[in-house]
Ligand binder design. Structure first.
Ligand code: SF4
Length: 239
């Protein structure tokens, strides 16, 4: 089956969570990659992945700006879940030298900082993959409120198995499977990205309020299409 075959939407209709993840990994094994930040709720999707196929490629973008707690949590989760396909991707050294030699670009131009530290490295890392899987949820609001379980963008099938999960679903899953929390969630962080752009300002009802707080920015850009267009049902229909 091709990831770009429009009939794919019927093939997986009505599925979510592990019931969606399992056939996707079965049908696109080796051609599907999970993208994970190893953040506040990442353990849920990673646990599902580990139960289906521990060798699934998992892409982690090491921006060079993560909390040390995230890097420590990543190592612990990889070990705990037995994941063998995690790939750590770094920004291009030439881009950093040319545009962010002092590591302060996030203060002057956060969009460009995300571009060289996240978007461009991810585009390179995804070459050869037909399917990307991430753990975004509608309950996080803003652009995510209308998230589809399946969409097509940039020539790939995008799969969001947890789109319909609520905060309660996440915590119930974590509890049922005895998954360890990200250490920063215990001191008030609800959504966790790079250290300079993450604060404790979020809440259970609005977990991403602590990301780029006080600015209009709500997304880093890795979930947008290559031309900067948000992924919507309309953009999906055009691909
Ligand atoms: S989240 Fe902040 S530090 Fe991280 S890449 Fe984006 S702007 Fe840079």
């Amino acid at each position: 089956m091709s990831a770009l075959d429009k009939s794919i939407f019927e093939s997986y209709a009505g599925l979510e969570g592990r019931q969606l993840l399992e056939p996707i990994l079965r049908d696109f094994g080796g051609r599907a990659a999970v993208v994970s930040s190893f953040g506040a709720e990442s353990a849920v999707l990673l646990h599902m992945v580990s139960e289906v196929d521990k060798a699934t490629p998992v892409i982690f973008l090491d921006t060079g700006k993560h909390f040390w707690e995230t890097l420590s949590y990543r190592a612990m989760l990889i070990d705990r879940l037995g994941l063998t396909g995690v790939r750590t991707i770094s920004p291009d050294a030439a881009d950093l030298a040319a545009q962010d030699a002092h590591g302060m670009l996030h203060q002057q131009n956060a969009d460009q900082c995300c571009n060289i530290r996240k978007t461009l490295p991810l585009q390179k890392a995804l070459q050869g993959f037909e399917v990307t899987i991430s753990g975004r949820k509608r309950y996080h609001g803003a652009a995510r409120a209308t998230l589809d379980f399946l969409s097509i963008a940039d020539g790939r099938l995008k799969v969001e198995p947890l789109a319909g999960f609520s905060a309660l679903d996440i915590s119930a899953y974590m509890k049922a499977h005895d998954l360890p929390p990200h250490p920063l969630t215990e001191i008030g962080y609800f959504s966790i990205g790079c250290e300079p752009c993450t604060s404790t300002g979020g809440s259970a009802a609005d977990p991403r309020a602590g990301r780029w707080a006080g600015t209009a920015k709500t997304e880093c850009g890795i979930h947008w299409t290559l031309n900067g267009e948000a992924i919507t049902p309309e953009s999906r229909a055009r691909h």
